[in-house]
Design a protein around this ligand. Structure first.
Ligand SMILES: Cc1cc2nc3c(=O)[nH]c(=O)nc-3n(C[C@H](O)[C@H](O)[C@H](O)COP(=O)(O)OP(=O)(O)OC[C@H]3O[C@@H](n4cnc5c(N)ncnc54)[C@H](O)[C@@H]3O)c2cc1C
Length: 86
């Protein structure tokens, strides 16, 4: 099969991942053109599905990535011991 034989659809934006980052970006991109979201596995198979306490981010005045990291490790009890990954 050549490219000319393929049934193709064109999109203005292709988003990889269907977590909150991808879906938020997809919503914003949809204001400017057509969007395709591509993900591996099921569309709801992502970490965002499991976030139970609201989405936390270091965006407030006086906040910092260091404080966010500390809060994350405190909340998780450093259960995985994955301090470096955090
Ligand atoms: C149990 C649990 C509880 C949590 N609770 C909270 C909370 O209370 N508050 C908070 O702020 N955060 C919480 N988090 C963390 C939060 O869920 C994540 O930080 C956030 O969801 C990350 O969003 P994301 O869109 O970057 O990634 P994800 O939601 O993980 O999405 C990534 C997407 O990319 C796709 N993908 C990955 N690799 C590929 C590939 N090779 N090709 C195509 N697609 C791919 C995945 O399938 C998925 O759709 C929690 C996480 C867990 C696991």
């Amino acid at each position: 099969m050549t490219t000319a034989d393929m049934d193709t659809t064109r999109y203005d934006y292709i988003i990889i991942g269907s977590g909150i980052a991808g879906l938020n970006t997809a919503l914003l991109a949809a204001e400017h053109g057509s969007v395709l979201v591509v993900t591996k596995g099921r569309i709801d198979d992502c970490n965002s599905r499991y976030a139970q306490g609201g989405i936390a981010a270091a965006i407030g005045p006086g906040d910092s990535a260091t404080l966010h990291e500390r809060d994350t490790l405190d909340a998780g009890g450093d259960a995985t011991g994955a301090r470096e990954a955090t």
